[in-house]
Design a protein around this ligand. Sequence first.
Ligand code: HEC
Length: 462
Amino acid sequence: MHLPKRNGRSRTWARTLSILAAAIGTTSVLSGPVRAQVTFASAGNVAEVTYAKDVASIVQNNCLVCHRPGGIGPMDLATYEDARRYARRIREQVANRLMPPYYYDNDIGIQDLEHDWRLSQEDIDKVVAWVDQGAPLGNPADMPPPPDLSDTDEWVFAPEFGQPDVIVRSSPIDVPANGLDMWHRPIVPVGITTDRCIRAIQVKPAGDAKGVVHHANSTFQRQLDDGGFEGTGDRASEYAMGKLGELIPDGVCRVAPANSYIAWDIHLFPGGLGAAAANAVLPGNVVEMGLWLHPENYEYKYKQDLASYDIDEGELVMKPHGTAMSQGFQVFDHPVRIDSFQPHGHLRLRSASLEILYPETNRIEVISMISNWSAIWHQSHIYAADAAPLLPAGAVLIMKQWYDNSANNPNVADPEMWVDAGSRTADEMDHAWIAVTHLDEEGYQELLEQRRANQERRITDQ
Ligand code: HEC
């Protein structure tokens, strides 16, 4: 079995960048013609990179949400002095595309994503050049205004949509400093009296609970006459550490049913991870769900849902120092659009991909690849409306995951252990969360036609 190389590409990039940067920084020792070439090629853009002019805005927009007092990052990057102090480590993390923590291969599959946190190559180059030039402040007058860091618990979609229309909170639970994994499964009312369509959804542990919540699943339930509950069949959302949220495309409906309840399934671990919780007792942990809703009577043609697709149904096993690869298949009997993709595994999962097999041509298309997956960060990769894959009825979704139980995997504390499928953090899982719009033939043809028209317009515009 071949395990995709961890960071193979980004390391090469980092090396190329550092060679480039070194060349630029040391032009005086280069011989004549090469020197002239380097100076010519780099004139203008790499000239002088300063914190105030170039780097502060990158840090403010991409790092401070976590690296600020009370944030989940291990250190603050709020001031120039902070950033200069950690300059080498920032360079290392940024050049290798490890920070911001949004892992998604940039050289294969669909690249047009919503809420994509990857830095542009231009920003990466700026950060690297800034560090290589000695991390200068530059002219303080060039500094962007300092961001407001008072709200450490902001909703990700607040800048776009304002505060959520509805916030559903789990009941609180105390988490001790030591012990085994815990599960918390309260059922709480949503507080809406008509069926509504969801526009965006974010589930987040409130405050310090971020450090102890591993994941939180939520399903809509209705109350029965005898006081019990049953699922409506609609899954609300899935939260796992580091996740930002989900955005539902316009024109489709992910239903929040009238008079429904949320059944939480929250997985916590004592002692926590991250700055907020390491080895601490944390009382009163609450997970909250923000729902941004479309207006009542929102017009839509198709329903969209989020579901977990099994990969090999609990068969996963790894021997000590072993690796494993699993794959699962899903076929729909009607055309669909794939709106988002999020692999799920635990500490041994290193890579994941999503592919489509088109049976008419036997062509396989790689939609998404995450070579450097990390259990700390679970992102739902949301395809931009015009890029979301359209599948004819009968096409096959292929989900693949690669696991490493050896000492090469820094998340493996004890490679002597056998690893089995299961729900504890120390066990493994293999499934993928996929949001799907369920189309009919007419809707499928319409979307194809729209894509063609948009593409032609883009070509004519060029
Ligand atoms: C979503 C939250 C989040 C964002 C955004 C984020 N970080 Fe981090 N960062 C973390 C956490 C948590 C860790 C520690 C765990 C880890 O290394 O994955 C970390 C680790 C680091 C480290 C390594 C510290 C060490 O131990 O050497 C550096 C450097 C860093 N981040 C820099 C950045 C920079 C620069 C940005 C923006 C370009 C950024 N981070 C964006 C949360 C974040």
